[in-house]
Design a protein. Sequence first.
Length: 71
Amino acid sequence: MTRLPSPARPGDHDLYLLRVWYELDGDRPVWRASVRQPYLDARRHFTTPEGLLAFLAEHLGAGTDGAGPAP
């Protein structure tokens, strides 16, 4: 699993492109998503909303309360 780079210091920022779509698996639509950092050409793909949200929570440093990283 490739880990996308994070901002180095508080106050730094990052840019993400989130793409969400449906594909057909036979006759059944299935959910898909990708997160991309355009200037680094780094990309991750997801097959469930839960996987995407877990990745974002881990990568962005959100705690269980959603407050983000400690100062």
